[in-house]
Design a binder for this molecule. Structure first.
Ligand code: IMP
Length: 189
């Protein structure tokens, strides 16, 4: 079984990756190294910047992700600024920004990047289209989970268990694309 180190400071993400990738044949351990996220216009650039930094520090066989909530009615905001916006105004602040706006559509995006000894670098993106609800609902998950309902569901990510969230989520979609691409590049998953 292939084993990779996940670079993250977020233990919820670690659990989602361990859960999702185990089913797809990859074992995930926690790689506790820091990356200074560059400020960039898209998730790929942030991911590539972190892959460069961590590879330059001599690490091999690792993955990481960068995610964001993109709201068309706010011209894509918070997008690549999602982490800062969450820290400063949180879910309540995003709900306030959408007050009086009827178009509640939003996309959650997750860009996964890996650097492997055998296949080199692979960067893929998964998208979960959905909408921002009127008020926070649910206790599970993290970040913007209480305010996002994916298309095809009527509960927020924070009202879903991890199995269900992975079926609908941007990270679940990105993991499935990632493994499919990896299978195309290597006999070992
Ligand atoms: P990052 O990928 O850790 O930089 O995430 C950017 C922001 O989006 C952070 O505030 C996260 O909490 C939030 N975020 C990332 N993934 C998810 C998710 O799956 N659900 C809810 N919020 C998320």
């Amino acid at each position: 079984m292939r084993e990779v180190g996940l670079v993250t400071g977020n233990l919820h993400k670690l659990q989602e990756f361990q859960h999702g990738l185990a089913r797809l044949g990859i074992k995930v351990r926690h790689l506790k190294v820091e990356c200074d996220e560059i400020q960039a216009d898209d998730l790929d650039e942030v991911v590539n910047g972190c892959l460069d930094q961590i590879a330059a520090a001599g690490h091999k066989d690792f993955i990481l992700d960068d995610s964001g909530l993109f709201i068309p009615a706010l011209n894509g905001f918070p997008g690549v600024y999602s982490a800062y916006v969450f820290k400063t105004i949180g879910c309540a602040g995003v709900l306030r920004l959408l007050e009086g706006i009827s178009d509640r559509r939003a996309d959650f995006r997750c860009c996964i990047g890996c650097q492997m000894e055998d296949v080199g670098r692979l960067v893929v993106t998964g998208v979960s289209p959905g909408r921002v609800v009127m008020e926070e609902r649910g206790e599970r998950g993290f970040g913007y989970d209480p305010i996002f309902v994916p298309d095809g569901a009527d509960r927020t990510f924070a009202e879903m268990d991890m199995d269900e969230k992975i079926v609908f989520s941007h990270r679940g979609a990105a993991m499935r694309i990632f493994v499919e691409r990896l299978r195309g590049m290597s006999k070992e998953v």
